[in-house]
Design a protein around this ligand. Structure first.
Ligand SMILES: *[C@@H]1O[C@H](CO)[C@@H](O)[C@H](O)[C@H]1NC(C)=O
Ligand SMILES: *[C@@H]1O[C@H](CO)[C@@H](O)[C@H](O)[C@H]1NC(C)=O
Length: 267
């Protein structure tokens, strides 16, 4: 690490030996499409010298004061593993919610207890589960008609598109091998013509309305095969004309030796 980076880090960390104090850091809000998995990043600090003994996540409660309401409690083994704690007892409080449903929408708070006091991060994180009805295909071109050899980039958007999503693409209902929020199609041919849809999970639910692409032949484009065939035809015609002219000239020219040569050529 170079000295500059180190000094910036030290500045960020505050004066050496400063007590980090009680704090929980969450994202402001977190949007997730129903049925997919949400991993909510979270970190926490506490005054030095304390040891964390218990960590809890709860929805819609200021201090996680109701045991039964907790979605995760390190002291309680739950059969329901929908809410999984990916954090630790040191500073990471990341929470994973498997297969979110609409009713998971809530403000979640993280609470931890030490051998001294306990603390709940007051702000919490609002987890918003949307039903994905707003999934759309957006295209880099305004027109659906694109010339052969051209390119187009399709993006799959939804209210949650600012998070990395598991996006799948389809042409005329058949899954394409490309995944990810953007589908880049270049060097277009007629085979690319079709209706494109995207979906936010592999089950093919939450699928967008189709976006249809029409690839048309580009008439203004230089087609070397066509050019070569025209040139060959012209050359052939010129050659035949010359040949005909030559034969005609020889026929009309006097002299027996010419006659003999001609009949030899023909015979
Ligand atoms: C916290 O834990 C999660 C899951 O193990 C990990 O992806 C993340 O990078 C960790 N965050 C920090 C700040 O260490
Ligand atoms: C694409 O969709 C349009 C109507 O939305 C339909 O008329 C057309 O037949 C579809 N094309 C293919 C290849 O399925």
């Amino acid at each position: 690490m170079n000295p500059w980076t180190l000094s910036v880090l030290l500045l960020l960390a505050g004066p050496l030996g400063a007590d980090p104090g009680w704090h929980v850091e969450y994202p402001d809000s977190f949007c997730v499409v129903e049925g997919s998995t949400a991993t909510i990043p979270c970190s926490f600090t506490h005054p030095a010298g304390l040891r964390v003994g218990r960590v809890v996540w709860c929805p819609n409660l200021q201090f996680c004061q109701r045991l039964a309401a907790n979605v995760y409690d390190s002291k309680i083994v739950r059969a329901d593993r929908k809410f999984r704690y990916l954090g630790d007892l040191v500073r990471n409080c990341t929470l994973k919610i498997i297969k979110t449903v609409k009713r998971d929408t809530a403000r979640y708070r993280f609470h931890f207890e030490t051998n001294g006091d306990g603390y709940t991060g007051p702000k919490g994180v609002i987890v918003n589960v949307t039903n994905g009805e707003d999934v759309k295909v957006r295209s880099s071109v305004t027109d659906n008609v694109v010339k052969e050899g051209g390119q187009v980039t399709l993006t799959c958007t939804s209210a949650c598109s600012f998070h990395r999503l598991d996006v799948h693409w389809y042409r005329n209902g058949h899954a394409l091998s490309e995944t990810g929020p953007a589908l880049h199609l270049s060097n277009l041919t007629n085979d690319d013509t079709g209706n494109y849809t995207c979906s936010l999970d592999s089950s093919g639910q939450k699928t967008s309305a189709p976006w249809s692409l029409v690839v048309v032949e580009d008439e203004g484009r230089f087609d070397w095969r066509l050019t070569v065939s025209v040139v060959v035809k012209v050359l052939l015609a010129v050659f035949l004309l010359l040949l005909a002219g030559l034969v005609y000239a020889k026929r009309s020219a006097p002299g027996p030796e010419h006659e003999i040569i001609y009949s030899e050529v023909v015979g």
